[in-house]
Design a protein around this ligand. Sequence first.
Ligand code: PLP
Length: 362
Amino acid sequence: MMTYNFDQLNDRRNSYSMKWDIKDNELPMWVADMDFQTVPAVTDAIQKRAKQGIFGYTIVPDDWREAYCGWWKRRHNLTIAPESLVFCTGVVPALSSIVRKMTTVGENVLVQTPVYNIFFNSIRNNGRNILESRLVYENGTYHIDWADLEAKLSNPQTTLMFLCNPQNPIGHIWERETLAKIGELCHKHHVLVVSDEIHCDLTDPGKEYVPFASVSEICAQNSITCMAPTKTFNIAGLQTAAVMIPNPVIRQKVDRGLNTDEVAEPNVFAIEAVLAAFRYGDQWLDELREYIYENKQLVWDFIKKELPDVHVIISDSTYLLWLDCSAYESDSEKLEELIREKPVCGCVPVKNMAESQMDFYG
Ligand SMILES: Cc1ncc(COP(=O)(O)O)c(C=O)c1O
């Protein structure tokens, strides 16, 4: 029996939603924004705060640090030193700021692709080079090409790596040994690791992700971890995230960078939402994970039956699905046209369909 109602359909049109402010006949399956209401404790906390009717400047209290530390200890068995946490208005603002502060123009930032497309913007828009180490697609699944990764990390112009843990869009939870090996290679070649762990709570039931910083002291001391409750609790519009930096020298630099970029101060609801989510969101999240898992099964079954030539990449986390449609069309723009002409996906009878990011990565 579920306590929370994830069956409720929520009409978000005409609410300035980036996802839903679209034409009537379109399905916005490109943005990582769920259509479930958040955990009621978050809405209650925001309403309570709003009732004051004063929306002044907000501090980052110790409670905020405790909320993150408590959640990661309880959910992910990671002990975080409270002082290692720095507030940021989002993971993407943090990524961009870190690129500006920790690398110089013309250096390489390594990404393992396919990956969240905005990584590219944070690198390119700051005048750094994107260095791709492509994950190898073989037998319907992805793995790391270690020789390629090491060759690229050993390039003296490569100074930063964006890790996506778990990986969006393939939904892969990186294994401890894999993370340890990445950590060692980055340490050996003097490449700082930024581990984006924004999707870490959304693992399939029974599956657990491994925080990069938990793997070894080498990983902890040479990394910046981006964390947030925003994907987990569907509160991205509240613009609230944290960067966790165990090494005090790196932390000082990143802290100054975030402040100089003016992304280190919370809006009036950003703290209240985190406290409520991390204090009272456990059961809601566990039910959500069950629900998403069922939705994934529905999509898998549907695709198997109706679109047998589409290969669904097996994922063990996130509510995103990465579909191999190359049997239909390998050119992504043509594929887009094809989907619009023959919108079979529009008929998927799923209550809150897991998102395909085909447009996003096209
Ligand atoms: C891997 C990853 N990082 C970051 C973000 C966005 O983070 P934020 O909204 O905190 O900037 C997303 C959103 O889809 C994402 O998938």
